[in-house]
Ligand binder design. Sequence first.
Ligand SMILES: NC(=O)c1ccc[n+]([C@@H]2O[C@H](COP(=O)([O-])OP(=O)(O)OC[C@H]3O[C@@H](n4cnc5c(N)ncnc54)[C@H](O)[C@@H]3O)[C@@H](O)[C@H]2O)c1
Length: 352
Amino acid sequence: MKPLRIGVLGAGLVGRRHIETIRALPAVAELVAVADPAADPAQFDLGGAAWFSDAIQMLDRAGPEAIIIATPNNLHAPLGLKACERGIHLLVEKPVTATLEEAEQLARAVAASGVKTLVGHHRRYLAAVQEARRLIAEGALGDLVAASVVWATRKTDDYFNTAWRKEPGGGPLLINAIHEIDMLRYLCGEVRSVGGLASNARRGFAVEDTAAAMFQFDSGCLGTLICTDAGLSPWTIEQGSGENPRFAFSGQSTYRLIGTSASLELPVLRRWNARVPGVIGWDKPIDATDFSVPYLDPFEAQLEHFQRLIRRGEPPVVSVSDGASTLAATLAVAQSGRDGSRHSPRIFGIPG
Ligand SMILES: NC(=O)c1ccc[n+]([C@@H]2O[C@H](COP(=O)([O-])OP(=O)(O)OC[C@H]3O[C@@H](n4cnc5c(N)ncnc54)[C@H](O)[C@@H]3O)[C@@H](O)[C@H]2O)c1
């Protein structure tokens, strides 16, 4: 398969990771250009790729066949639409767009233009997540009853030197919890109803530092999620899986998926099941069974999938509509956190 000729828009925290991933996988992708109005090109190993301070000039002059949009959220839709107009395939970071209106506009532009798209919910590519999904699908937990997620870490003060991280939309709900909400949709099914609480008591910024959410899924399964960037704990999927070098490894689980016949800790992949198969009850002994899967860097797995999506027509693991449904559920939690209302988030079904 020919490597993809990729341009990266936005060379900040996550743009750097995309640049490094592309550079590490020359058989999958070639970095042709990077665009960022503020970053310093000297800080990157560009391998000869061109540098632009203007994203649109990069699209028009560098001729990428695909781009990765890793800019602030409010630029995802405008830049994605420019790519659609030019027939350039795109991998857009999460959240797919800043608003649901923009998500709808982008989904329609993608469907009309035929460009291939992927939303950067990279967690789905973790081998432990794939294995959990397989175990759930084959009934290894029985019917899912409930899911409990804690994502809690203490971000360092310098993280907040960037102004948009202190403003509405820049907090842990849309930056971090959205990944877990996407995972809950991926593992437990579509969200029927959500409620939430949000607090800025620790940092006092205009955006939440802590949120709690509850979910009802179509299957009847219920879920809870605690998300904070102001509390120290070993319970983030980054720490548990080692997927992000910025997080110190803990090897602890973030998810507890509870079924009628067994439960599963994730990402550790420990199943708690009846010692005697089929002999189930609170008075019967249970044992732990550990599953082991090879660790695959999810950003690398995502890029490899992006190549197959474009070269071989593989269906997207996360389409724009899928990313939009995750955004709708996340925004519903945020709205509920503001006004106490319960919501049935919109489910998007625009093809593409
Ligand atoms: N998948 C993940 O795990 C993950 C992790 C972090 C962030 N993200 C997402 O990635 C995006 C970027 O987040 P970040 O933490 O890297 O932010 P950041 O602020 O570190 O980087 C954003 C970069 O975009 C640049 N930029 C601004 N306007 C631009 C334009 N018009 N054209 C090109 N570049 C422009 C900025 O100069 C900056 O360098 C956000 O949407 C965020 O939600 C995803």
